[in-house]
Design a protein around this ligand. Structure first.
Ligand code: MN
Length: 135
């Protein structure tokens, strides 16, 4: 089982950094509107550079002027099970506090991917904690 994290990043434009621990790094996407919590919603996820695994617990401020400036909060974290991995499509089951169930990341163009929650099919769909409203 590998880990994932979603960091809410108060940068110039608020976004959510979605990171999957994979092959010794954190593969990372910036999701402007946040990961979908319900099936049938697709969210743009822009792939960004891999981050070191040590970043998985990071919360705090990055000074203005530096890469990634702004405050980071951990919005969700947990484990995931990789179910399918192709160069242009990843399918995985998330077991976090807020995000649970099967998700797909599908490559569309350049660094753009779509993150979507699949319908049904998982025993990890139960929400254990209320989902915070997105701003
Ligand atoms: Mn970011």
């Amino acid at each position: 089982m590998s880990r994932f994290v979603v960091q809410r990043h108060h940068a110039t434009h608020l976004h959510y950094d979605f990171r999957l621990e994979m092959e010794g790094a954190l593969r990372s996407w910036a999701v402007p509107k946040g990961p979908p919590t319900k099936p049938g919603i697709r969210r743009l996820a822009v792939e960004v550079d891999d981050h070191p695994v040590s970043y998985i617990d990071f919360e705090g401020d990055i000074t203005e002027g530096l890469y990634g400036a702004g405050r980071f909060e951990i919005w969700d974290k947990g484990e995931y099970e990789l179910q399918r991995k192709k160069p242009d499509q990843l399918t995985f089951a998330l077991r976090g506090d807020r995000l649970q169930g099967e998700y797909t990341l599908a490559h569309t163009s350049a660094r753009n991917w779509l993150l979507l929650k699949k319908k049904g099919g998982s025993s990890y769909n139960m929400v254990r904690r209320p989902i915070a409203e997105f701003p």
